[in-house]
Ligand binder design. Structure first.
Ligand SMILES: NC(=O)c1ccc[n+]([C@@H]2O[C@H](COP(=O)([O-])OP(=O)(O)OC[C@H]3O[C@@H](n4cnc5c(N)ncnc54)[C@H](O)[C@@H]3O)[C@@H](O)[C@H]2O)c1
Length: 277
């Protein structure tokens, strides 16, 4: 596979869920390379404020990735601002935690709508223009939870497995078009989304580490980039480990952290935010 080189200096980039966390760090990392970045977020005021703080290489825009009309308006505004889209980062996501039997239908639906349909809408809207130009790159921010089941994150797991599959299949369909589709798979990242959960031995990284990985994919066009990389290798290898051995290893690693090792007060702010979406 070979793809036309994307020069980030002056490139037009759209990032979803970019008002805070990984999306915001990614916007800053792209601007450092000379790109122009549209920050879309459900929290319009925060997106506009974040863009103003970045400077004239950024704009903030209202966006609900679950609503195709809203996503269309975001991409239209981006194109009017800076011309055709070079890179799309589907980053917006929600992560409710708790025992599967205790989660509500509404939150299940929200998780699938944002994490899966948000990515589908983004690709359906952005890919045709990229294919017509024979040039462009889509990065879907999935998760290691798209490769490795975690107690207390069952529906989130389902949504991220979906994104991993969706990315892999669309990447194949885009062969010979000049357009690449990549997935970035973070481990635990220190953002509001993971606040209050003590993952124990699972390595935690900073949003800037994921941002650097997203930017790197513009050069590597790698199918999957896990952060940290070795956790991706372990997650892939875990499928080959016999179940009794895996269960014993899981016990040592406190694999029910997302249910039992939760600081409810610290977590409440985040859960309240997504409950109101
Ligand atoms: N933080 C982690 O531990 C972690 C680990 C692996 C993967 N991820 C993934 O990284 C991505 C970003 O997560 P984060 O940690 O930065 O989360 P975050 O909660 O800090 O930021 C997510 C942003 O997405 C926005 N958003 C939510 N729903 C939206 C919608 N419908 N339309 C538009 N914007 C919406 C929120 O307003 C928020 O600003 C998510 O897809 C998440 O699943 C995070």
């Amino acid at each position: 596979m070979s793809y036309p080189r994307i020069d980030l200096d002056g490139a037009t980039i759209a990032i979803t869920g970019a008002a805070r966390g990984i999306g915001l760090a990614t916007a800053k990392a792209f601007v450092e390379q000379g790109a122009f970045v549209a920050l879309g977020d459900l929290d319009e005021a925060l997106a506009v404020q974040a863009a103003a703080e970045i400077g004239d290489h950024a704009i903030g825009h209202a966006l609900d990735v679950t609503d195709k009309a809203s996503y269309t308006a975001f991409l239209d505004a981006t194109a009017q601002w800076r011309g055709p889209l070079d890179v799309l980062v589907n980053n917006a996501g929600v992560m409710p935690n708790g025992a599967f039997l205790e989660q509500s239908d509404r939150i299940d639906q929200l998780t699938m709508d944002v994490n899966v349909y948000g990515v589908i809408h983004g690709m359906r809207l952005a890919l045709p223009g990229m294919v017509a130009r024979g040039y462009g790159h889509v990065v879907n921010v999935a998760s290691l939870a798209g490769k490795f089941p975690i107690k207390g994150l069952a529906v989130y797991n389902a949504s991220k497995y979906a994104v991993v599959g969706l990315t892999a299949a669309t990447r194949l369909e885009m062969d010979a078009t000049g357009v690449s589709v990549s997935a970035v798979l973070p481990s635990a990242v220190r953002t509001e989304l993971s606040s209050g959960i003590d993952y124990g031995i699972l390595p935690a990284v900073d949003p800037e580490d994921i941002a650097a990985a997203v930017v790197r994919t513009v050069r590597t066009r790698a199918a999957e980039t896990a952060v940290p990389g070795y956790v991706g290798v372990l997650a892939n290898a875990s499928g080959l480990v016999p179940e009794p051995v895996m269960r014993a290893l899981r016990k040592v690693a406190n694999d029910d952290a997302a249910i039992t090792r939760v600081d409810d007060n610290a977590r409440r702010v985040y859960l309240d935010r997504i409950e109101k979406q």
